[in-house]
Design a protein around this ligand. Structure first.
Ligand code: NAD
Ligand code: ZN
Length: 343
């Protein structure tokens, strides 16, 4: 089969011929239909130092945001059948550590990541444990299915606490922040303020339903928030940029007794004064991955309800062979979400 792999400890990927994986007990073979590019795939493509440090084995087939059809099942598999159309949870949990056994599988201590620790899905076929398959109802467009994985990150961040009737700021309108805007509106947030420096992404923020869109490079976000909330500050902040300035602004714009959810990964340590959190009695939520599988259920319901539209986010489609153009379109800020069309 054709597959995209990291073959050298340097920038770039290579299209290789690899054997079709053989399924063992409890495993499933998926014929990949659509696979989308995540920001972390771009870091891997560019061979960012922190990626280089953590990636142990090479060659490695990359890619993890995946949808496709189940074409073979191993012994004992009951979760799915041949012919099911599924999206994959990309975090492979061990199922036996303390976290896994206490309903916190998303922070499994022996977590393996598809396309990083094990071979991934920018390939014609991918093998995963059956538990990692989530059936996609026919009412959800197939092209959207692989986006359900990052949408799970958005759900866990924006809905870290109930948002109905609340005023929320979303900092960073990458694909996940943009989904976060639509989720917050669908779940009843009465004011969504989005902050994003990039013009195309600000335009999309509006399309996804943001009430106010701010350019933090030219406007004073704190001032805008205070004017819009009559000096109260927002009830909630979803930090989805990974930018240190945005990270620090969250403490200024959150109302006393409100909450902040951190999703954005910071490349460097940030100095902040814990008193800003303590004295304002702010609740902080660290968000990682997706809860297995309550988050998936929520994502499915939001999409089947028709309240969240992912079409505006899929800006580019490529065959796997044109992977270089695909990655460059994200690096050059032309694309939001890029989908590889496979079978
Ligand atoms: P992205 O990089 O596409 O989006 C980040 C956005 O923040 C960009 O559009 C950027 O222009 C914007 N930004 C930069 N500086 C800003 C500022 N000062 N104020 C407001 N916005 C600013 O990433 P994404 O794929 O949407 O993911 C969002 C973040 O979540 C990233 O940091 C990513 O690494 C992280 N992430 C975390 C997890 C997790 O499990 N915790 C999972 C996926 C992604
Ligand atoms: Zn575990």
């Amino acid at each position: 089969m054709k597959a995209l792999a990291k073959t050298k400890r340097a920038k770039g990927f290579e299209l290789i011929d690899a054997p079709v994986p053989k399924v063992g007990a409890g495993e499933v073979l998926v014929k990949v239909r659509y696979a989308s590019i995540c920001g972390s795939d771009v870091h891997l493509y560019e061979w960012a130092p922190w990626m280089a440090e953590h990636m142990k084995e090479i060659p490695r087939i990359v890619g993890h945001e995946t949808s496709g059809e189940v074409v073979a099942i191993g012994e004992g598999v009951k979760e799915v059948q041949v012919g099911d159309f599924v999206v994959l949870e990309t975090h492979i949990a061990c199922g036996s550590c303390y976290q896994c056994r206490t309903e916190r599988m998303h922070v499994c201590r022996n977590l393996k990541i598809l396309g990083f620790d094990v071979d991934g899905s920018f390939a014609e076929f991918v093998k995963v444990p059956a538990r990692n398959c989530w059936k996609v109802p026919p009412s959800i467009p197939k092209e959207w299915a692989s986006l359900m994985e990052p949408m799970g990150n958005a759900v866990d961040t924006v809905l870290a606490e109930p948002v109905a009737g609340q005023r929320i700021a979303i900092l960073g309108c990458g694909p996940i922040g943009l989904m976060g805007i639509a989720i917050a509106k669908a779940c009843g947030a009465t004011l969504v303020i989005a902050s994003e420096p990039h013009p195309l992404r600000r335009e999309l923020a509006q399309k996804m339903g943001a009430d106010i869109v701010v350019n933090p490079k030219e406007q004073d976000l704190v001032e805008v928030v205070m004017v819009e909330t009559k000096g109260d500050g927002v009830d909630a902040v979803a930090e989805m940029s990974g930018n240190p300035n945005a990270f620090l602004q969250a403490f200024e714009i959150v109302t006393p007794g409100g909450w902040i959810a951190w999703l954005g990964l910071l490349n460097q340590p940030v100095i902040f004064n814990p008193s800003d959190v303590i004295m304002k009695a702010v609740r902080i939520h660290g968000i990682t991955g997706r809860k297995m599988f309550s988050t998936w259920e929520m994502v499915t319901r939001l999409l089947t309800s028709g309240k969240v539209d992912l079409d505006p986010l899929i800006t580019h489609r490529f065959p796997l062979a044109n992977f270089e153009d695909a990655f460059e379109s994200i690096i050059n800020h032309q694309a939001i979400k890029v989908v590889f069309e496979l079978s």
